[in-house]
Design a protein. Structure first.
Lengths: 256, 331
């Protein structure tokens, strides 16, 4: 089953075409890697899919529903979670609060329930508390749950971004450079956490520079200059001459 | 997991106990004010304090969402004028116009915040600045109804007695109710969502918080209480003039909030109390009040960045540190 289908997605910033004519199909339950050199348009692509910016042209269809140009909170409600490359969290909340207050969608309390602190509201909050602690266990942040998010090391902050995205109970999760700037230990932990998440049945699209993450991808799409150039299994991608050219330049260039 | 939930409940309850204690003490003290002092002037100052506490607390509520409402004084003015005009020219009871003022203020606040809620919070601050100035000019220009630059006089009052005591208790009750409502909003999920939006509206959107809805909600609630405070001012003061609600009024509100501490619910209450009651000790230097207030603001911002509310916490942590040092010395 296809969970996300993108046709002819294009975004122009003035004269600059950041994303041009991308077509992509994402199958339910797979881990899809999206790689490409700096400025290839990967983050813009994420922003287009999650409604942070509107596409100039093209269509995004999620589970048979057209979500092009919807607002980001509406897309989140449909079950598309995402993380951010920079500033991935609420810095002045504790780690636990970051996850707690990312639970917006289910269960939902009405304004009146909230205001009068009714039993329904308290039950909901207790349920949310339990779920949040479970998520923190899953990503391995349980031990720092009561510390301020901004005081955490970079690796933890990134993982917290994932935890936060999991709080909306996503069916599709978009991870923007989940292991950028991490040390090898943290990379191993993160990859393990992503694997665990994937086993829960969440479809994952991840953007990365680091080739190490390819190990866990079922399929990899390479984009450059806003266009997808190659698509295939991780092994095929590693050996593809066009990909090597995109990252390292052509042999002709390096000689001069 | 169950244990963890219990712990959190316990912590919350302990926090609640401290807060209830502090607010209870404050309420008791304020209840006994008319019995301690007989002078109408003192009571007048206390009544104004009550009104401005509502205004400052509601301003802080909007600030928690990251938007700085630079029209808050003007919304108070709007409330005062609505209340004054309705009760004077249309003969409606001041009890009703008080709430009509709050509702009108809320409606207009919602209208102007809506188009800017999807942008960065900074734009709301800017537009509210222009809107606040424009709103007062508009009110002034309807001279026939509003009395132009001189304002309205002879507004019907809530109580026809010469004493100010009934006013005091009525406004104390209104203030406590307003603070209770604002506090419930603040500690519930709504308040937390506003704080989340303040920290990062992109992240907030990505987890499903409707940024527009919550920002508009914050402004609507804040403007409701600003309008209420304005209405109270009109029915108490009998006269309303545009001078009381110009940009300076907003700046004073910002100073009350900052001195008390923006980060805490008690901040604006303490800030307003201090800046209203302290000048009574140097009444002879009345013309220097702005300078003295500025000096207080400077000292507070320089020494306690989080406002006067952070002082007890700082003192406690200071003594804890000293104890620790002592233990090390003994060993």
């Amino acid at each position: 089953m296809i969970i996300l289908e993108i046709t002819g997605l294009t975004k122009n910033f003035g004269g600059l075409t950041a994303v041009s004519n991308i077509d992509m199909k994402v199958n339910d339950g797979e881990v899809l890697g999206l790689i490409g050199p700096n400025g290839a348009g990967k983050t813009t692509f994420f922003n287009l899919v999650t409604g942070v910016i509107r596409p100039t042209k093209g269509k995004v269809v999620y589970k048979g529903k057209d979500i092009t140009g919807k607002k980001s909170h509406e897309i989140a409600e449909l079950g598309v979670g995402r993380t951010f490359q920079l500033n991935p969290l609420f810095p002045n909340f504790t780690v636990l609060e970051n996850v707690l207050y990312s639970f917006q969608l289910r269960p939902c309390s009405s304004l009146l329930d909230t205001f009068f602190n009714s039993p329904t509201y308290r039950n909901n909050e207790a349920y949310i508390m339990e779920q949040s602690l479970e998520i923190l266990n899953l990503v391995g942040l349980y031990k720092v749950k009561d510390e301020l998010a901004k005081n955490q090391p970079h690796g933890y902050q990134k993982m917290l971004g994932v935890a936060r995205a999991l709080a909306i109970k996503p069916e599709l999760l978009l991870l923007d450079e989940p292991i950028a700037g991490m040390n090898p230990d943290e990379i191993d932990n993160t990859i393990a956490a992503i694997k665990r998440t994937s086993q829960l049945g969440v479809t994952i699209i991840l953007v990365e520079h680091n080739m190490k993450i390819l190990e866990i991808c079922d399929r990899v799409v390479v984009i450059n200059f806003g266009q997808n150039i190659v698509e295939g299994s991780p092994q095929e991608i590693k050996e593809n001459p066009e990909v090597i050219k995109a990252y390292l330049g052509s042999g002709h260039d390096t000689k001069h | 997991m169950g244990l963890m939930v219990a712990t959190r409940d316990f912590i919350n309850r302990r926090k609640n106990v401290t807060q209830i204690f502090v607010f209870g003490t404050l309420t008791c003290l304020l209840t006994f004010v008319p019995m301690i002092t007989n002078s109408p002037y003192n009571l007048h100052i206390f009544i104004l304090t009550l009104i401005y506490i509502i205004a400052a607390a509601s301003m802080r509520f909007i600030i928690t969402s990251g938007q700085i409402p630079l029209a808050h004084g003007a919304f108070m003015g709007l409330g005062a004028y609505v209340s004054g005009v309705l009760s004077k020219h249309f003969g409606i009871s001041p009890w009703i116009t008080l709430f009509a003022a709050a509702l009108v203020s809320m409606g207009i606040g919602t209208l102007i915040s809506f188009p800017f809620a999807r942008l960065k919070a900074f734009y709301y601050s800017m537009i509210s600045l222009f809107f606040g100035v424009g709103m007062l000019q508009t009110i002034e220009s309807f001279g026939k109804i509003t009395g132009g630059i001189t304002g309205i006089t002879g507004i019907p009052t809530l109580f026809n007695s010469a004493s100010k005591v009934p006013f005091y208790y009525c406004f104390l009750a209104l203030m406590l109710i307003s603070l209770f409502i604002l506090y419930r909003f603040e500690v519930s999920r709504i308040g937390w969502n506003l704080k989340a939006i303040e920290q990062s509206y992109l992240v907030a959107g990505s987890v499903g918080i409707s940024v527009v809805k919550y920002r508009v909600l914050a402004v609507a609630i804040g403007c409701f209480f600003a309008g209420l405070a304005g209405g109270m001012y009109a029915t108490y003061n009998v006269t309303v003039s545009p001078v009381s609600f110009d940009m300076t009024a907003t700046l004073w509100l910002i100073i009350y909030v900052t001195i008390g501490g923006m980060g805490s619910f008690a901040g604006p209450i303490i800030g307003t109390l201090v800046l209203f009651l302290l000048p009574q000790y140097y009444r002879g230097l009345k013309q220097y009040t702005p300078f003295i207030s500025a000096a207080i603001l400077f000292v507070v911002l320089y020494t306690f960045r989080n406002g006067l509310v952070s002082v007890p916490g700082l003192v406690v942590s200071f003594y804890k540190k000293r104890k620790k040092v002592k233990v090390i010395d003994n060993s």
